[in-house]
Design a binder for this molecule. Structure first.
Ligand code: ATP
Ligand code: LTN
Length: 328
């Protein structure tokens, strides 16, 4: 069975952008593959984090939320990245086979480093850690939003390079990008990606937002003064984003969603339908989350996941270690 792997870093609270581009895709594919989902906690400290306790709380919240969203623990190896020592060990070897030029071209590095004064080396080498996450388990496919595609392509290049140099060590992974909802935009600035670490919470809908907050955010979502609904990402980015959210969350094909809304003249009515779909998606997730967060069920699942992941990861690392000439 082919292997699928993905992760969402606990650098903020999960958003409907994460759900559309990352989680939803994972759920769709989890039964067709030997699926691995993990919480990349080590990626979180690539930018300064004020409070270690908050990271720990989020790791737990993320894990419970994945389960609440429908991650099937019977079908999926679910673990926390920092509990797998081989990922660090492999990262070092891969760093020595990755070029400065390659990492300098990563657009996420460029945009995130611009926002800081003292940029940590980890932000620069982050894509190598991500490559290690992927190729350590011989992952065939990696479902991600469009912003992570470049990183998965780098993982491919590194895998090919290592294979050419040392023989067939790794499976060469492929990204899977959602057809609809691969880049949900910020509600206040629909030219920008909706992101869990944006400063303005009005632009972002979080999976655990209350219905009254969601209503406020959708009602205040930036549109335009044209007075008609149509899909045009250049000229009507706000409206187009809301149509995309509707299509992605309801599972309606994009063209059908566009036809359904095109020509409506009352933005209030249009937004009401979008709002309903968001409520319908989040209600069962939030209810399940409340139940899960009152129990320790997640720990049992994460313990099992850690054990299986470690077994696979340590074997692979051992092969790589020998191939590069380490040890006696
Ligand atoms: P950060 O702000 O910390 O960079 P983020 O919200 O952009 O976080 P990531 O942790 O980088 O999210 O991404 C987790 C997954 O969710 C990735 O697969 C990513 O491509 C996807 N994703 C993130 N934001 C969106 C979005 N707005 N639309 C669609 N997919 C998204
Ligand atoms: N960098 C990713 C999270 C991530 C990931 C991975 C995703 C870390 N390692 C391996 C897929 C496969 C992000 O979403 N910010």
């Amino acid at each position: 069975m082919k292997r699928l792997l993905s992760g969402l870093q606990p650098s903020g609270e999960l958003t409907i952008g994460n759900y559309c581009g990352g989680i939803r895709q994972f759920l769709q594919y989890q039964k067709e593959y030997d699926s691995f989902l993990f919480v990349p906690d080590m990626h979180t400290i690539t930018v300064p984090q004020a409070n270690p306790e908050l990271i720990r709380e989020r790791i737990r919240r993320f894990a419970n939320l994945y389960l609440a969203c429908g991650l099937d623990p019977q079908n999926c190896t679910f673990y926390i990245q920092s509990e797998i020592p081989a990922v660090n060990q492999l990262t070092w070897i891969l760093e020595c086979h990755t070029y400065m030029g390659e990492l300098s071209r990563m657009t996420q590095y460029k945009s995130k480093s611009e926002k800081q004064t003292n940029v940590g080396c980890g932000l620069f080498t982050y894509p190598v850690l991500m490559a290690a996450d992927i190729i350590l388990y011989d992952s065939n496919v990696v479902p991600v939003g469009i912003d992570q595609k470049q990183h998965v392509e780098l993982a491919r290049d590194i895998a090919v390079r290592m294979n050419n140099r040392y023989g067939d060590l790794f499976v060469v992974p492929e990204p899977i990008i959602a057809k609809v909802g691969a880049k949900i935009k910020d509600l206040q600035d629909p030219t920008k990606k909706m992101s869990k670490s944006n400063e303005d919470p009005m632009g972002t809908i979080f999976l655990l937002d209350s219905e009254s907050d969601i209503k406020k955010k959708i009602n205040r979502a930036v549109t335009d003064n044209d007075g008609y609904v149509a899909f045009d990402e250049e000229k009507k980015p706000g409206i187009s984003n809301l149509i995309t959210i509707y299509a992605a969350l309801s599972g309606t094909p994009m063209q059908e969603a566009i036809d359904h809304f095109t020509g409506m003249t009352r933005y209030g009515d249009f937004k009401k339908e979008v709002l309903e779909v968001i409520y319908e998606t989040l209600r069962p997730i939030q209810a399940e989350y409340q139940k899960l967060s009152q129990s320790d069920y997640v720990d049992t699942i994460l313990d099992q996941g850690r054990d299986r992941a470690n077994e696979i990861a340590s074997k692979k690392y051992d092969l790589v270690r020998k191939a590069v000439g380490f040890g006696r």
